[in-house]
Design a protein around this ligand. Sequence first.
Ligand SMILES: NC(=O)c1ccc[n+]([C@@H]2O[C@H](COP(=O)([O-])OP(=O)(O)OC[C@H]3O[C@@H](n4cnc5c(N)ncnc54)[C@H](OP(=O)(O)O)[C@@H]3O)[C@@H](O)[C@H]2O)c1
Length: 313
Amino acid sequence: MANYGALEKLGLAFLIAVVFYIVKSIVNLVYTYIIGPVVNKVDFKSKGKWALVTGSTDGIGKEYARELAARGCDIILVSRSIDKLKATASEIENDYKVNTKIVQADFSEEGIYERIAKEVADHEIGTLVNNVGISYSYPEYFTDIPDWENAISSMIKANMVSVTRMTGIVLPDMVKRGKGVVINIGSGSSIIPSPLLTVYAASKAYVDKFSEGLDMEYSKKGIIVQCVLPGFVCSNMSGIRRATLMAPTAKTFVKSAIGLVGTTSKTVGYFPHAVFVNVINSIHGTFGRFAVWLVTRSMETTRRKALKKYKVK
Ligand SMILES: NC(=O)c1ccc[n+]([C@@H]2O[C@H](COP(=O)([O-])OP(=O)(O)OC[C@H]3O[C@@H](n4cnc5c(N)ncnc54)[C@H](OP(=O)(O)O)[C@@H]3O)[C@@H](O)[C@H]2O)c1
């Protein structure tokens, strides 16, 4: 070491830091996605007979309901359309031979929580999946969001109020029993630059922070709290129909994410999304303005295409 000049020592220290960072990231990913799901497997049924999923008749929510039913839980479906609720309930009962209960509720409305609380009061809920969420119909500048007041208010109510109020309904009983699982579905948009989705991404940042605090307060009382921050997943909301590695089906996504409960309290839920978020954030950290320009350009292109489509329609 004595023969090295100051610059070489600095270079060596930088190299060691980079290698350490890469090794740490690899170990972390291997533990989270390979070892953790085997050694920390959660028995959801032992947490309580029922699992409640909001926004559960399609996409990610429906797959959580199916996965929890496959693990032996009876399922409470809370969602908007009564026909879809009935169809999903009977599909789950037939496929998994479990009981279901449906509760119709529109999370973009106020004043639904007293009724929901009454309807689920006599059920031992061991798992709560706060999945319901509303996004923009297409990426748009904040002041130009169509039907501004209504859109903003619906997003805040469905994305933030629902998570808070549903947790308030279900958590006290879990705490009394000393066990339970709360899974909150956030979005990768809150942890990478997300221009033209500002309100949605900010509302999901709330879900992330809310989950973090809840985990700190209640993990010592036997409650597992997990925040899932997905990247693109095929669904009505994303508008993506054909599955790819970076945009899996909801089934593939949930199979991966649910395996991480008990291993990590905050996760993107799916290995390729973890790589994507790391790459974007590394570019953002190193070339801040370039990353923002790149993302903004891509969102503006999506916006232009969407507006063209709306005009044609
Ligand atoms: N898909 C993605 O790429 C992606 C990425 C990141 C995060 N997420 C998050 O994942 C969650 C699920 O998204 P998804 O893509 O699976 O959505 P989705 O396929 O569009 O399904 C949404 C579900 O929520 C219900 N729902 C919608 N608005 C509702 C309301 N106001 N009140 C009650 N129920 C309502 C829908 O029922 P109806 O059909 O009856 O309306 C449906 O069951 C959301 O929180 C979303 O922000 C999704």
